[in-house]
Design a protein around this ligand. Sequence first.
Ligand code: NDP
Length: 341
Amino acid sequence: MTDEHRLVRMDFDELTALLKEIFIGHGTSAFVADILATNCAGCEQDGALSHGIFRMPGYAASLKSGWVDGQAEAEVNVVSPSFIRIDARNGFAQPALAAAASAVDEAIERTGVVVVAIRNSHHFSALWPDIEPFARKGLVAISFVNGLANVVPHGGHTAVFGTNPIAFAIPVANADPLVVDQATSVMANGEVRLHALDNKPLPPGAGVDSSGAATTDPHAVLAGGALNTFGGYKGSSIALMVELLAGALTGGQLSFENDFGQCVGAQTPKAGQLLIVIDPNRGGLTDFSQRAAVLCKQLIEAGQDRLPGERRYKNRHTAQTLGIPLAKDTLANLLHLVTNA
Ligand code: NDP
């Protein structure tokens, strides 16, 4: 490793403060900067690298282009005791969800379940930071997000779906929550971009080029090509459902309607997010998290390597002890974003 690439370690709070400075420097409010910086530093800390600081130039470019409004104040509308509609007003989805935090808590307390439909919103990160906190409070949370059309439907040649992630968080007795958070494409678009940066081929079956022919070249996928959905037609059907739940039910845009148009620098997809939070104790079991623990133990005894989320928790633990590892040139790029706001 050359000097330029050597790792430095940064404390979570220190990295969050640096990212916050970049967000504010690119025109966000302090509220938005706080939420996005914590989210992004959290991804880096957990080793969710496709949505960590690698995303900062994209956030900065989108903000600078005027495509997304970093000052937006979401409009929260409680339309029934268990249904909250949020217009993010062309801002980011995470601060929109944060703006509804007390309404969400009240709805769950009153009815045991809440549906949160966010529209007119940009989501440029992983979903686990949105839902893990609910599971830490003993709740079950499910979320769906659509995005920018870069995934072909099964057997198709033209992108229609976004990478449309779907995520679940479940409380587990005496353990970290069980969190499953995955794209419905073979891989996340950020992973394709990381492969392109390293000139590394994608796994077989990952995507198509601009002519619709199968390719493992990340550059071809990014230059007018598209990814495939995971799991053949079954994954394609799940991506379709995510598209309808996140893009249509919320009143947001469908992924193929997303158009950066003439907005040079735009990178954050403007779409929708649906979130469902359930109090599992209303199901009649007072020990849901114990049942989840029993099942998790059974999986490991049956030979499963590890639980979903476990890799992130291990990384988090290590980073909390040793600091978050960053390559020196990555840190230099971040500092460049501070001075070039
Ligand atoms: P991965 O395929 O890396 O992981 C998906 C899930 O499977 C994770 O919960 C992961 O846990 C778990 N997992 C991975 N390997 C194993 C294993 N061997 N055994 C058990 N569980 C395992 O994720 P994707 O590449 O599909 O997605 C990455 C991220 O991209 C997600 O956070 C997603 O939200 C985000 N995304 C965001 C989009 C947006 O528009 N905002 C669009 C698309 C994706 P662990 O995390 O512990 O590895």
